[in-house]
Each structure stands twice: as C-alpha cells, then as structure tokens.
Design a protein around this ligand. Structure first.
Ligand SMILES: Cc1cc2nc3c(=O)[nH]c(=O)nc-3n(C[C@H](O)[C@H](O)[C@H](O)COP(=O)(O)OP(=O)(O)OC[C@H]3O[C@@H](n4cnc5c(N)ncnc54)[C@H](O)[C@@H]3O)c2cc1C
Length: 327
C-alpha cells in the first residue's frame, strides 16, 4: 500500500472506481473527500451486473482480447479487498452456452484462461461476481470508517495544493480535457422476478444471465454513443427474447429494466494517471469492466499520489498514450 500521509485529495464520483480509490488513499494516510451530486448507487456501478470476468470478457469481447493479464491481476486484488470491507464474492464461475462453443473454448485456451467443455457448455472458474449495490454500500462504509468525508455535490477544479481525482464515469465535460475522448455506451439490464438463484453466470451470444437469490439479472445492451437513461421497450424485448432462447423457463417471469451509461476510451482500457489539467488525476473509461478493474485502478492512482512506481500496468492505462498515438 502506498504511503500518502498528508496529501489532501478530492475524489469526484462515488462509483466503484471513486470509492475504491478513496478507500485506498485514506488507508495510506491521505485526507480524502468524495464529492458526487447523485444519490448513492445511482450510477453505472449500481446498475452493473457485477461480473468480475477476465476470461469471458477477453474471449467474447474483442476490445479486451489483448488484456487477460491485466484483467486477471485486477481480479486477484478482489479477495483481500472483499474480505476487508465485507463484500461477498461468488466464485461459481461462468459457462458459455451458444452457437460457437468450439471457437470460444479454443479462444480461451489460446489466451491461457483455464476452461473446459462440459456437454454443451464451455465452463471456466476464472470469472467471479459480486452484488453491485451492496458492494457500493460496503465500500462507502469502509471508506467512512477510514475517515473519508462524503459530500453530495459536484466537484470543482482543485485549488490550494489539493489534488482532484476524476472518477466521474461517463461525464465528458468540465474538469479535464481528456474527458472529451470518452464515448458513452448505454446499457439496458433486466432484473427478473425469479430465475436461477445460484450457480455459474450463463453466457450466450450477446446476452448473459447472472443468478441471484433476489432474482436473476439479464444483460446487457451496448448502445454506442447514447448517454440517456431512458428505458426503451424494444431493447427490453430483445433482451427478454435472448434470455428466453438461452433459458426457456425465464419466459413468464416479470422483468424490471434499468439502464446505465458506461464510458469508453478509444482503445477500451481506462485512462488512469495524470491529466493535462494541473492537479488532476484521471480514473475514467472503464467501459464494461469497471467493477473488475476498480481495485487495480485504485492502486495505480494511490501510487501516483504517493510518487511511487505505479506498477506494470500503468503504461497501458496512462492517459498520455492517446497523445502518442496522435503525434
Ligand atoms: C448494464 C451494465 C452492466 C455492467 N456490468 C458490468 C459487470 O458485470 N462487470 C463490470 O466490471 N462492469 C460492468 N459494467 C460496467 C461498470 O458498471 C462500469 O465500468 C463502472 O461502473 C464504472 O464505474 P465508475 O466509478 O467509473 O463510474 P460510475 O459508476 O458511473 O460513477 C461515476 C460517478 O461520478 C459522478 N459524477 C459525474 N460527474 C461528476 C462531477 N463533476 N463531480 C462529482 N461527481 C460526478 C456520477 O454522479 C457517478 O455517481 C456494466 C455497466 C452497465 C451499464
């Protein structure tokens, strides 16, 4: 853990990234204030499915294909954090059940992810999950217990030698020029009145079902360039159909739809590091893996604040990689 005694830091945003960062900074000795105008959990982190899924995210999503090492390293930070703050981790794994079983199994093998074909499914234990809203509450409690202050307000530009960490999700205006690089990706997710309550996440082609005792979730649409949170009946119907094709017994269940907006950088990895704006650090653009990546992002940010080595993944996450690409 980085030692940060005396640093005064404002963290903008109380999603998974902001809360993990605030906790990490406060544990290291920083004086931390989190500012967020939204109600707790009313953000992408609260809406998410909560999968910590290095294997299938790299096998099924081309954007993450080259980053299994980074995603596994992030996942492996979760057991210690979850134990410390009281977040339940479900390690039942995940199973793909779709048209491309052979290809998906081969892809996982080529990537080096442990997986096998069992009947008509490809199964891996590499992917875990958590329940997002209880996890947000646990992170906030743990942060408060470490002295973090929370203010329900927008963050302002840093002054007075303080640092500002932007963990503002899909916000694209204001406090740092790099935010303009972010693309919003709206997602619909369905909460079912029943469905599988335990066992692996079930992955299909363009759909997944996350078992939960309180009702399974079905996700998620990827609507590039859209940043409203309006529920679209056609998207809900499409997700229902896809889930029904995967598990016909879901057909008659009641559904409640929620939406959230993810933020994506041009290469799909977050921007974590120094902004061109003075006194500002960035922790944005985690796309569809914000929960998975949050503890790793927090460690990298804490290292920058302390002036320590930010570790082996910092270069891949450095916001300046986009300057280099342009020039
Ligand atoms: C449907 C769906 C399913 C998903 N499933 C998964 C999954 O299974 N696993 C996974 O790892 N990821 C998943 N994701 C992605 C994940 O939700 C995001 O990557 C993650 O939540 C991003 O967290 P964040 O803290 O960066 O942003 P957010 O959770 O969006 O939080 C940002 C916060 O910043 C606040 N804010 C904005 N502007 C300001 C300002 N100026 N000052 C102060 N505060 C500000 C906002 O109010 C907000 O509360 C999913 C996303 C969606 C939409």
């Amino acid at each position: 853990m980085a030692t940060l005694t005396g640093a005064r830091v404002t963290v903008a945003g109380a999603g998974a990234l902001g809360l993990c960062i605030a906790l990490e900074l406060a544990r290291g000795g920083s004086e931390v204030t989190v500012r967020d105008p939204a109600a707790p959990g009313d953000n992408a982190s609260g809406v998410a499915a909560g999968m910590l899924a290095p294997a299938f995210e790299t096998a099924l999503d081309a954007t993450s294909a080259d980053h299994l090492d980074l995603l596994l390293a992030a996942r492996d930070l979760w057991p210690e954090l979850a134990e410390r703050v009281g977040i339940g981790l479900d390690r039942s794994g995940a199973a793909y059940h779709g048209e491309h079983i052979g290809a998906v199994a081969a892809r996982l093998k080529a990537l080096g992810a442990a997986a096998g074909i069992y009947g008509d499914r490809v199964y891996t234990r590499e992917d875990w999950r958590l329940s997002p809203r209880p996890a947000l509450a646990a992170l906030r409690s743990a942060a408060e217990a470490c002295g973090v202050r929370f203010e329900q307000a927008r963050a302002e530009a840093p002054g007075d030698g303080a640092l500002l960490v932007l963990a503002t999700g899909a916000e694209r205006r204001g406090l740092a020029p790099e935010l303009a690089l972010l693309e919003p990706i709206k997602g619909h997710i369905l909460r079912l009145s029943g469905g599988p309550d335990i066992g692996p996440v079930i992955r299909g082609d363009g759909v997944y079902i996350v078992p939960d005792a309180a009702g399974a979730s079905v996700g998620a649409s990827m609507e590039r360039g859209v940043d409203d949170r309006v529920v679209d009946a056609a998207r809900v119907a499409a997700l229902r159909e896809a889930a029904k094709a995967l598990l016909p017994e879901l057909a008659d269940l009641e559904v409640r739809a929620e939406t959230g907006v993810r933020a994506a950088t041009p290469d799909g990895l977050p921007m974590v590091g120094r902004s061109a704006a003075p006194g500002v650090l960035l922790a944005v653009g985690a796309r569809r893996n914000g929960w998975l990546l949050a503890p790793l992002v927090a460690q990298v940010v804490a290292a920058y604040v302390a002036g320590d080595d930010p570790g082996p993944f910092a270069a891949r996450l450095d916001p300046r990689r986009f300057d280099r690409q342009q020039g």
